[in-house]
Design a protein around this ligand. Structure first.
Ligand code: G3P
Length: 220
């Protein structure tokens, strides 16, 4: 399963990338708005991190009509081969998804909250579908259940659309996504750290080093 970072913060992206396990980034207008620099500069810096790799940088359109979304999507896709274009799962977005996918632009259909939305996105050639599991859970729904349904549907009909689990709140959800067989999980930096940090690892490592240096001291 690929791991993406769900942020537009360049410091977080650089830190996560340095571990060697990061496969890409998802941004959205809200995440971009948290940063204190213009969007072009933001995109340039993020793409620089993934230069020379297959890393994926998801950039979202903000147009509202299919024609405008298509134009905007083509413009974003032309910035770099690493860019995947995010399109919201609304009527106009589904139309734009079909046009862009036919033009060989990779589309991530975002703001997905149901398996039926995922089915239509796949029929229109989406490269990724992004179910927002945390926001579903926030509504007392079951986000992971939707991911399971999407996985089953895509397997039933051999859709190539990849499932990108988004709106992730915990490291446990990343494990659950992997157990289901999701293709990608995008996580905020706090969750990314929790994927590898464990208190027992820290305690164990501290003890190993203490024991090692006391042993070395005995034979100085
Ligand atoms: O890519 C954004 C998506 O993951 C939403 O996350 O935490 O705003 O529900 P959140």
């Amino acid at each position: 399963m690929k791991i993406f970072l769900d942020t537009a913060n360049i410091d977080e992206i650089r830190k996560a990338f340095s571990l060697g396990v990061l496969d890409g980034v998802t941004t959205n207008p809200s995440l971009a708005a948290k940063e204190n620099k213009n969007f072009d500069q933001l995109v340039k810096e993020i793409l620089e991190v993934f230069k020379g790799t297959d890393g994926i940088v998801n950039l979202e359109v903000v147009s509202e009509k299919a024609d405008d979304m298509t134009r905007e999507g083509l413009k974003l896709a032309n910035i770099s081969k690493n860019v995947v274009v995010k399109i919201p799962c609304i009527e106009e977005g589904l139309k734009a998804c079909k046009i862009l996918s036919k033009a060989k632009v990779r589309v991530n259909v975002t703001l997905c909250f149901s398996a039926s939305q995922a089915l239509l996105a796949a029929k229109n050639g989406a490269y990724f579908i992004s179910p927002f599991i945390g926001r579903l859970d926030d509504q007392n729904d079951n986000g992971m259940r939707v991911v399971e349904e999407i996985k089953k549907i895509y397997m039933n009909y051999s859709f190539k659309t990849q499932i990108l689990v988004a709106s992730v709140r915990t490291a446990r959800q990343v494990v659950e996504a992997a157990v289901i067989g999701a293709d990608v999980c995008t996580v905020p930096y706090g969750v990314f750290e929790k994927l590898y940090k464990h208190p027992l690892t820290d305690i164990g490592q501290k003890k190993f080093l203490e024991d090692w240096y006391s042993y070395k001291a005995r034979f100085r």
